[in-house]
Design a protein around this ligand. Structure first.
Ligand code: SAM
Length: 321
């Protein structure tokens, strides 16, 4: 098992540090360049539409110049929790009204935003952290805006999925994001099983209170695969641990993880088995094993979905009766 703790990541809770490690001249030149970019943006008003603005996932310095501009100049800014987003706004001296759009916002709240958009307003949407709509509210609003031909502008930036994936050392060419794993044991196992043949890295969001149960489920379904647990990305205690589910679980028993977590699972061997391969493996297995065991062995052995093996096993049983 490997554990990679990032060297101390500067946490910039406030901008405009007094000390400069790059030298005052370089710092002044950088600030002037940032200011020029801001002036360029400021030269023309925002087009009307819905702006999906990504905000940092921990380190406030990860905010983009364009995000700051849009959050300053949009007609309205909607966030999940005003107390949470106020901290971000305070750090950048943006003293403006924040309105809420969250998981419990309904049709009437959406309609209020839609009518402002129809009037030609520029509306910004942020979430507590990272990219809005990614395991965060906003999908229905974007769907409705797009359906009415209203412009929707992404203002890209931090996302825990991509940060974890690129730093994990697991394959990045293809990946599958599964959101949060379900909290119930059976549903969690079903979700993990359903993505067995995905030919890419599997990425899930997790919480410290559920990571133990999640690792136990991964050990059942993918005991041999390499996992990465990326924690507190961009923050002071950023850590990326790699190993099998069993190794990681043993380590977390001694030192329970805290903070925010992304769980990544390496892809399995490419599933190249044809239907004929699965059928012949099942026929062989069914000579000595019961249906459930035969399905289990063949799906694991050939890396194919349990459902595929199960349906074929039923067909074989049907022929025999
Ligand atoms: N919209 C966000 C994004 O773009 O990443 C994700 C919001 S989701 C409600 C919150 C989850 O994202 C956390 O429970 C955790 O799984 C993951 N997450 C957010 N920030 C993180 C960080 N700094 N390090 C690791 N995981 C993080």
């Amino acid at each position: 098992m490997t554990k990679r703790r990032a060297p101390k990541i500067p946490q910039t809770d406030a901008v405009g540090d007094e000390t400069s490690t790059i030298g005052p001249e370089r710092a002044a030149a950088l600030l002037a360049a940032v200011s020029r970019q801001f002036d360029r943006l400021d030269a023309s008003p925002l087009d009307p539409g819905l702006y999906l603005v990504s905000t940092p996932i921990g380190n406030l310095s990860d905010i983009s110049i364009r995000a700051l501009f849009v959050l300053t100049s949009a007609d309205r800014v909607y966030c999940e929790d005003t107390r949470h987003s106020r901290k971000l706004f305070s750090a950048f001296d943006i003293g403006r009204k924040l309105e809420t759009y969250h998981d419990f916002s309904g049709e009437a709240d959406r309609e209020r935003i839609m009518s402002a958009l129809r009037e030609g307003k520029a509306i910004a949407l942020i979430s507590d952290a990272g990219t809005p709509l990614i395991a965060d509210p906003g999908y229905k609003l974007v769907r409705d805006a797009a359906a009415e031909g209203i412009s929707v502008f992404p203002v890209p930036g931090a996302s825990a999925i991509l940060s974890a994936l690129v730093a994990s050392g697991l394959p990045t060419d293809r990946f599958f994001f599964g959101g949060f794993l379900p909290p119930k044991d059976g549903a969690r196992l079903d979700v993990l099983e359903a993505v067995r043949t995905v030919p890419g890295t599997l990425v899930f969001y997790e919480t410290p209170s559920r990571i133990g149960a999640a690792l136990a489920a991964v050990e059942t379904v993918y005991p041999e695969r390499t996992l990465a647990v990326a924690r507190e990305l961009t923050k002071l205690h950023e850590t990326i641990m790699k190993g099998t589910a069993r190794e990681l679980a043993a380590s977390f028993e001694v030192d329970p993880p805290q903070g925010e977590i992304v769980l990544l699972i390496a892809p399995g061997e490419a599933a190249t088995a044809t239907e004929a391969d699965i059928e012949s493996a099942l026929r062989a297995a069914l000579k000595t094993a019961r249906l459930k065991e035969a399905v289990e062995d063949v799906s694991k052995g050939l890396g194919v979905a349990r459902k595929t093996a199960y349906n074929l096993a039923l067909k074989i049983k049907g022929e025999a009766s």
